[in-house]
Design a protein around this ligand. Structure first.
Ligand code: WTA
Length: 659
């Protein structure tokens, strides 16, 4: 084992992803206290269904299930048959019933600095009032509710109130446009939309309700719009349709009896983009989903409800917010931080200030943010007391070894385990991840499937590749929190996930992956992001990692651009670190050589463009499609899903100036 490098930019830190030699075994102290034990793997291997039954039994069932799994109608799974459960009861009431009503559920931190402390007893009152309010509008189990809200506590109350009444919610990220909201409301025929007047973003209030007004105008299914007051901005009002939360909900009783629903009752629909234009409404149900969300949250983050303060920095508009802010943590009686705003408002140390203020012990974020922190500089986290941290998590995209090492060193003080968690909106919960206290980790690898989960890397024909081999990631066993379909589109569900390896019955995740020589899994990005250069398969991630390992590079995005001789050529877009402003020819040549040295001459980018920003979606994913347009000298395509639609102008302007 090579000792961890003290310098995130040093060149000995990355040979390439497959020969990463650093490993970080768990400390004996952590292992002794860890929730997860090595025996979990053996237990699950010995009897998968018994293993999952045991996990499910940690929840409260109004009626116990009689059968664990029915897979006879594959790919439509049924889990925990005969069982009846209320998801909200499990996330709220049972903690009050067991004497923990005074425990803080949510330390809420508003962007302007206002705060709220919500105990489990408070949460029960708020969710009960909201449930009574929704019932008073005539909504009955099965009706759909759209939620278009920033990160205010009422968003969580609303989701839980829906769950309590058996109303499947469709949360639409509040950064999406009116048109995106409109099409989602229409697809699910929502009867109610819950929103706010506005939201705080980067220190300023921004209106939100006008987008709802626009979206609802052409959606006859919507009977009411329920509006939480957040920014006090002026709003247009449609009498009879629009209702203030503080009028309707605050007047309700705090008594509400949670009714039990079938384990397979729909819990929510969450839209995610696919390869075609129309978003897919991913459907999740109750018992299996909650079982796996809670199980993974307990074991992957080692949650100790008595002592931990947990913080997941996602937005409830994404699946990470559903499973790891709302359902998993609350089912496990976590005390958690919920933060409304952006990480650099009012300053770039905001996250570390919050960690220090609340004594956050578990912090779960995305690689794109970690790389942003790298760009801002290690001196920023160094100003705060981060000694309460004991587990760090990553999700959303492959994490570059450099970013992983930076996270470990500058946030985790070379002490905390890092869990790189692979999963998808479709999987509902974490599937591949190390277990802290059990797994020796490698920087950049998600390591292996969790106990109870079946995942493999296979070739085109569906045969598992050997150690050192690469191919497609598949899931070869049904899992409790698996999607139960695409809302209203069975054919697309079968086609997207189950047709590629139909004869084997594998779920095709759409990700490329490799086993290293020890058999650890390395995710390589979406298969459409794998380039083919002169017949060699090279991952965009591999080249990006190499670039980011150079001391002058803050962030990099790589695309394969059509090339008449090699099939594809590698084109890289890089943001240089603040103090390395020279983006001239010599610097670019040094970077090309660096990639050649790190991976091999085959991976040397054909072209490197120095840019001020990268085009990202609101969930932080780089939109390579747009960069490919630039790399191939095409008119830049649809930019409406970008977090900042002016980024492409900045990039084009910069390139014209430079050429
Ligand atoms: C990618 C987010 C590598 C992957 C929970 C997947 C990852 C897609 C990781 C799902 C990870 C997520 N390592 N890649 N740890 N986590 N991905 O639906 O390509 O927003 O298919 O779910 O993100 O994105 P989604």
């Amino acid at each position: 084992m090579t000792p961890p490098s003290g310098d995130a930019g040093s060149s000995n830190t990355l040979d390439n992803l497959l020969t990463e030699s650093r490993t970080f075994p768990p400390s004996a102290e952590f292992a002794a206290e860890a929730n997860a034990k090595p025996a979990l793997y053996e237990q699950a291997a010995a009897d998968r269904e018994a293993f999952w039954a045991e996990q499910a039994e940690q929840l409260h069932w109004h009626t116990p299930f009689t059968k664990v799994l029915d897979w006879t109608d594959a790919p439509f799974a049924k889990w925990f048959l005969g069982g009846r459960i209320n998801v909200a009861y499990n996330c709220v009431d049972r903690h009050v019933a067991s004497g923990h009503g005074e425990q803080v559920a949510i330390h809420w931190e508003g962007e302007p600095g206002d705060t709220r402390t919500i105990t489990y007893a408070n949460l029960k009152d708020e969710v009960s009032k909201a449930a009574n309010a929704l019932a008073s509008l005539g909504l009955v189990a099965g009706d759909r509710v759209a939620i278009y809200m920033p990160m205010v506590p009422e968003a969580i109350f609303a989701m839980l109130a829906c769950a309590r009444l058996g109303l499947p919610h469709s949360v639409v990220f509040a950064g999406f446009s009116a048109e995106a909201l409109r099409s989602r409301i229409e697809d699910a025929s929502a009867r109610l939309v819950i929103t706010t007047d506005g939201q705080y973003r980067r220190g300023k209030p921004a209106a939100l309700k006008p987008a709802v007004d626009e979206a609802v105008a052409s959606n006859p299914s919507v009977e009411h719009v329920l509006v939480v007051r957040r920014t006090e901005s002026e709003v247009d009002w449609t009498d009879g349709r629009d209702l203030w939360w503080h009028d309707l909900v605050e007047a309700q009783s705090t008594e509400h009896t949670a009714e039990a629903f079938d384990a397979e009752h729909p819990l929510y629909i969450l839209y995610t983009s696919g390869t075609t234009g129309k978003p897919k409404g991913i459907l999740h149900t109750s018992g299996g989903y909650l079982t796996q969300a809670a199980y993974t949250h307990r074991n992957v983050f080692d949650l100790k409800p008595e002592t931990d303060v947990y913080w997941c920095t996602a937005d409830i508009g994404w699946v990470t917010g559903h499973s790891y802010i709302v359902y998993g943590p609350l089912a496990n009686r976590a005390t958690q931080v919920v933060y409304e705003g952006t990480p650099n408002t009012p300053h770039e140390g905001r996250h570390w200030e919050i960690v220090q203020k609340y004594g956050v012990s578990i912090y779960y974020t995305a690689p794109t943010l970690i790389r942003t922190f790298m760009k801002w500089g290690a001196d920023i986290p160094a100003k705060y007391d981060l000694s309460s941290l004991r587990v760090l998590g990553s999700v959303g995209e492959p994490i570059n070894p450099e970013a992983w090492m930076w996270y470990r060193e500058h946030v985790g003080a070379n002490r905390t385990p890092i869990v790189d968690t692979w999963w998808q909106t479709e999987t509902g919960a974490i599937m591949i991840s190390p277990l802290p206290g059990v797994t020796s980790t490698k920087p950049g690898s998600a390591m292996g499937p969790l106990p109870g989960i079946g995942a493999k890397v296979v070739d085109e024909a569906g045969n598992e590749v050997g150690k050192g081999g690469g191919g497609y990631l598949v899931l070869d066993q049904p899992w409790p929190s698996m999607l139960r379909g695409i809302w209203g589109d069975e054919a697309r569900f079968r086609e997207t996930y189950w047709s590629r390896f139909e004869s084997q019955g594998f779920y095709f995740a759409g990700d490329g992956a490799k086993y290293d020589t020890d058999g650890a899994i390395w995710l390589l990005g979406r298969v459409d992001d794998v380039m083919n250069v002169s017949g060699h398969r090279i991952s965009t991630t591999e080249v990006e990692s190499a670039l980011v390992s150079h001391p002058t590079v803050a962030e990099a995005a790589v695309v394969g651009a059509a090339d008449p001789t090699t099939g594809q050529g590698i084109v890289a877009f890089v943001i240089l670190r603040g103090d390395a402003v020279d983006g001239g020819d010599a610097a670019v040549q040094a970077l090309r050589n660096h990639v050649a040295k790190e991976i091999g001459p085959i991976a040397k980018p054909r072209q490197i463009m120095v840019v001020p920003e990268l085009p990202k979606t609101r969930s932080g994913k780089i939109m390579r499609r747009l960069l490919r347009d630039v790399a191939e000298n095409r008119q830049v395509g649809d930019v409406t899903t970008l977090a900042d639609s002016t980024v492409m102008n900045l990039i084009s302007a910069g390139l014209q100036k430079g050429s």
